[in-house]
Design a protein around this ligand. Structure first.
Ligand SMILES: Nc1ncnc2c1ncn2[C@@H]1O[C@H](COP(=O)(O)OP(=O)(O)OP(=O)(O)O)[C@@H](O)[C@H]1O
Length: 260
């Protein structure tokens, strides 16, 4: 078997907001890699810089310092059509699937709108069905429904399907389960692990909950106050944490600790 491939590399990534006494260093000189076909989880408390990091990887937010490489290409400052191409390869789902929906659009319209690029209607329809199947939904059941006719878990799965329609190489899920109750959360986590296992999808999963990291991750990156304090294979970080902060996050999850 060949060595796992690094699909994304961040080097010295820093992001500051504001200036003077209002200066916030949200992400501080962070180095990390994402391995193809693996789920990498960024975990940390609220305000630790996880979303800022995800938005920089997505190229929604410029870095203050550092470089971002995707598939060996420097994407740190790409704009225009290069960035539009990048967004075909790198797709995201966010916390609140409801806010991303137009309440007056059916699922079909939502999905086909974000997929105008494909042009041909029949091909778009086929891609829609395929993407919905990947998240355990059937077109006939959901395509003609409006958002309020779907459960929270179904809405989030539709959002994942929308991202999948672009056939991305990297999927970013930023607190994608935090609005869902526990059973639906597990359901979405299972959808993501299935995508890794069946499509070989690379996933960057952002969460404040180290329990979810344990459930889903191959690799864990731990952030505290903008710094990456610990990173490594999930088993190692979770069952043999080296940093005090990681131990503290773990001590808040009693069940996990007992199984360690
Ligand atoms: N646009 C902004 N302007 C000023 N400060 C910001 C901005 N975005 C984020 N920050 C600050 O950067 C720090 C990191 O925020 P970020 O949202 O990345 O953390 P997080 O770990 O994702 O937290 P949460 O889980 O609560 O979203 C926080 O102190 C936040 O207030």
């Amino acid at each position: 078997m060949s060595d796992p491939k690094v699909i994304f590399r961040g080097t010295g990534v820093t992001r500051r907001f504001g200036r003077g006494k209002n200066l916030v260093e949200a992400v501080k000189n962070v180095d990390f890699t994402l391995t193809e076909g693996q789920i990498t989880t960024v975990v940390g408390e609220s305000g630790s810089g996880k979303s800022t990091l995800a938005r920089m990887v997505l190229r929604l937010l410029p870095v203050s310092e550092g470089t971002l490489e995707f598939n060996g290409t420097d994407v740190t400052t790409i704009t225009g059509s290069a960035r539009a191409d990048y967004w075909k390869d790198v797709q995201a789902v966010f916390q609140d699937p409801f806010s991303a929906f137009n309440q007056f659009f059916t699922v079909r319209r939502l999905l086909s709108r974000s997929f105008r690029l494909l042009g041909e209607r029949a091909a778009a329809e086929a891609r829609m069905e395929e993407a919905l199947n990947h998240v355990g939904l059937f077109g006939a059941d959901v395509l003609d429904r409006f958002p309020h006719q779907l459960s929270g878990g179904q809405r989030q799965r539709v959002m994942i399907a929308r991202a999948l329609m672009m056939q991305p190489k990297l999927l970013i899920a930023d607190e994608a389960t935090s609005m869902l109750d526990a059973s639906l959360r597990v359901n979405i986590l299972n959808v993501l692990t299935d995508l890794r296992d069946t499509l070989g999808m690379t996933i960057l999963f952002i969460t404040h909950d180290i329990g979810q990291a344990n459930y889903i991750a191959d690799q864990v990156l731990v952030m505290e106050h903008g710094e990456m304090v610990e990173q490594g294979p999930a088993d190692k970080v979770i069952f043999d944490p080296q940093h005090e902060y990681t131990r503290r996050l773990l001590s808040d999850v009693p069940r996990l600790n007992q199984s360690a």
